[in-house]
Structure formats: C-alpha cells, structure tokens
Design a protein around this ligand. Sequence first.
Ligand SMILES: O=C(O)[C@@H](CO)OP(=O)(O)O
Ligand SMILES: [Mn+2]
Ligand SMILES: [Mn+2]
Length: 551
Amino acid sequence: MLQTLQALSETRAAIGPVVLIVMDGYGLSKTGAGSAIAAANKPTLDRLFAEYPHVQLRAHGRAVGMPSDDDMGNSEVGHNALGAGQVYAQGAALVANSIASGELWQGQAWQEIVAFAKAGTGRIHFMGLLSDGNVHSHIDHLKAMVLRAKQEGIRSVRVHALIDGRDVPETSALDYVLPFEALLAELSTDGFDARIASGGGRQTITMDRYDANWPMVERGWKTHVLGQGQQFASAAAAIEGLRAQHPGVIDQDLPEFVIAENGRPVGTIEDGDAVVLFNFRGDRALEITRAFEEGAGFDKFERRRCPKVAFAGMLQYDGDLKLPARFLVAPPAIKNTSGEWFSKMGISQFACSETQKFGHVTYFWNGNRSGKFEGETYLEVPSDVVPFEQRPWMKAAEIADAMIEALQSGRHKLLRCNFANGDMVGHTGNFRAATMAVEAVDLALGRLLKAVDAAGGVALITADHGNADEMFELDKKTGQPALNKDGSPKAKTAHTLNPVPLILYQNIPGLKLGLKQTPEAGLSNVAATTAHLLGYEKHPDWDESLLTLKG
Ligand SMILES: O=C(O)[C@@H](CO)OP(=O)(O)O
Ligand SMILES: [Mn+2]
Ligand SMILES: [Mn+2]
C-alpha cells in the first residue's frame, strides 16, 4: 500500500492524468444467466478482465447506505459513494427512521402542511412513485402519511400515483394499486375521504430529470394539477383500460390518466390545498418541484393555473438551490466529497456524461449539490429523447470524443465520465438492445483507453450498480430465467444486487500497480484509490484505498 508521503510524491511524478470511468448498470453476474453483458461482443472489456488488475466492489444494500442488503443499488447512492468516498445513511433509510421514531410528525414541515390544509380546503395531495422499489420512494412512507393525516383531522387526501415497473417487475402496477385503493376506501370513514386522483407511467409524465424532457413534466402538471386527461373511475380501472388500449406497453411507459366522477376530476390541485411530493430522491423530483415553487419567472412550460398551495418535498433535493424550501426529512449531510478535496489540492477536474446521467457525475458526485468546486469543468452531451431500445448506442461515442479531447488538452489531472448505456437500455427490458448497449460502451472504452496511454495516464473502470447483467427475472431455485406463460423469458427492467468491477488500467513503463480485494470493498473505496493514484493522501473521512504497489 502507498503509505508514505514519499511514495505518494513519487506516484505523483510518475502518473499522468487519472481517468475514472463509470459504466452505469454494469454488474458482475455469477452465472451469466440472462446477462446481456455475457452475451455481448466486448473485446476491450474481455482484455481488461484478462490482463489488468481488477476486484469486485459492493454496490447495493448497506454498502451504499440503503436500509438493508435486500435493497438494490441505484445511481444516486452509487455516485454519492463514489464521489464522497464515504457511506451515508441515504434517503430511504432516513425517511423510514424518521417515520418509525415519529420525528417526521413533530417536524415543522409536516406541521405546516397539516396546518395549511386545515386552514384552507382540508385537503392534502400526495404525489410520487407508487411502489416499494426504495430507489425514489417507498409505498410504506405514503401509507404512514395518509394514516397520520386522518389522525390529524385532515378531511381529504388525494394521491397522484406515478406507476413504476422500473424498480419493480415491469407489469406489477396492480400489485400496488389494488391493495392501495382498497386501503384508501377502508380509511374513508368518519368524514375522511381518500382516493387516487391521477397518475401515469413514470417515464411518460412528471419524473423527467436533468432538463432532458420538460414536456413530460408539463404532461404531469396537466394531469395532476389541472385534471386534464383520459378519465377512469379508479386507478385500477385506468391501468386495465390503458393496457387494453396499448397492448405490450410496460408500466413505466403507460399514458397518463385522471380519475373522475360524472365527468369531473376528483382531485385537481386548488388554492388552499397542501401538496407533498413523497419521492425522496432528487434527480427526478426537481423539475416538478420547480413547477410548484417558482414564481412568474418560470419559463419551462405554460402552467395555465398556479394554485396557491403549501408544498413540501420528502427531502430537500438540491442543497445548493435549496429546492424545495420546505421538506419533511433532512437529507444526508454529505461532506468532504472528493470533488471538494481534490479542488482544495488544486487539481483540475473534468466531468462528462450525456444528459440522462450528467447530474450523476456532477450533482450526485458532489453530494447532491448543483454548484461546482473551483477547478471543475463540466461537459454535457445532449441525450436523444427517444426510447433507448431504439438507440442503444446512445451518446457513448460522443462522450468518448469529449473525454479524448479533454485528455489531449492536457488541462486536467482528473477526469470522470459515465456511460449510460448498460443502465438506460437495461431498463427497457430489451435483451438484444442491451447487448448492443454494452458493445457501444466497449467500443468507446477501447478508443478512450488509447488516449489514456498516449497521455501516460491511468484509468479506473467501474460501475454504480448492476442492470444489463440480468435482463430476465431469475428463478430463485434454479437461477435460470423465469418464464412467461407463453414460454418466453420474463423481462427484468430493474437494477440488480450484483457487485460491480473495479479495473485498474495503465501501461506506464516500469510502473507496477495492483488492487487488493477486501471482503468489504465497495464503491466508497474508489475515492481514496483515486487520491493515491494522483499521489495525494485521502481525506481522513474516506474509506480506504485499494491500491497496492507491486515490487
Ligand atoms: O432511472 C432511474 O431513475 C433509476 C431507476 O429508478 O435508475 P438510476 O438509479 O440508474 O438513475
Ligand atoms: Mn445508475
Ligand atoms: Mn438505472
């Protein structure tokens, strides 16, 4: 291990730029069953695994601050751990604890929401992703709030349900909607009245991110706030009806719907209502938050009507922009991130991805802050706005171009990028497209690594969590793909629980470096490993470096 400053300063002189490459959604499957990665033609990655030091990193569960080891990883917690070098209890755990201890109900934000609704119309709206995926939200948090609202004497609750199928099985909507509507009906006694009022697939309305597709948010606003859209008698009827109208469309892509009685929507959002956005993760919550919070200067779409409501987010989604102003649970106070630490060292840093993952290597990387540290340069390659199974190569080539140019400029000592393909195409459930996604990353990687060599640099190649490594649901007993009634394999759209690789690539003459596999090695060890490659001490708060010097 590099322990002495002398060794570190030697490293500093010997190694050129350090390049961190995140292959989003690239996990290590044990058996290769249902893996688009195993099926892909990927000569560069095969060579990396055959010839260069590599270890496995934990990327799910408690290793990334999730409540339990049954929780898969995701981009937020993964990039937080990569960027911060530390593991924090994340939104999912913080909210669950705050509800269990009752702290949430005692907090000012919850009390203001209740008081505002009581003084106004008596109604609270809860908006968010209706599943137990625990990536953006958890249905148990919603249930606890609806129950509490009734106990607090709130008269009416309306739920605006984004349909998941991306963090949970791809057509599981009714597993959540049916029991939830039954629960709301059961609770609707003693003058209390609770219903789902609107909804739609999470990839169709409301949950856009990184300004990729504001028309999605506009559709969400029209649905939830204005009550415009195809009408159904219940959310269950909407899902069944929409599936019949659009055969083969999976949950995340279902069109929007409005619940109505006698032609009138049951839950438009009006002056004097309170609104709680119950998603705890920020990337896909920020745009709809802005639509509620921003004044007349808001120019992303024509809102038509801006109800005077009290608005709260489950968490504060952006610590720099202070969005939203009111939030039910304090977000993890992520401090001493690598971006900040390397900035203090005077290291020039370059971060690049395409729109869909741009905030991952900037905002999540820096602990959910949208501001830059001194010496950071960001480059966003605009993503296509299409279903990604139609363009599985996405912007891998353009990201490689930008990284190569940045390397050749000689201006940056530390460069990082994210290739979105394995994840974004993995989420479509399309196996063939996912193999092409992996192949596109492999091709880009091959070009980029040549530029690393030319600059006398080192690359660390890793991932934030798995996805393309399991494109089918696996049978728990046999480990083989589970089958639909017609014998076809059951597509899986969610992330996986598999570990991810960390590969150390360098061809600097005379330099022998390795990585050590420790039982606990996880994403949070990458920041210190990077510091040592750069020839600096890690921040004392960070988890250990995995770098070894070979004799
Ligand atoms: O698309 C997303 O929002 C999540 C899955 O819910 O994926 P990732 O964590 O990779 O961004
Ligand atoms: Mn990811
Ligand atoms: Mn994902």
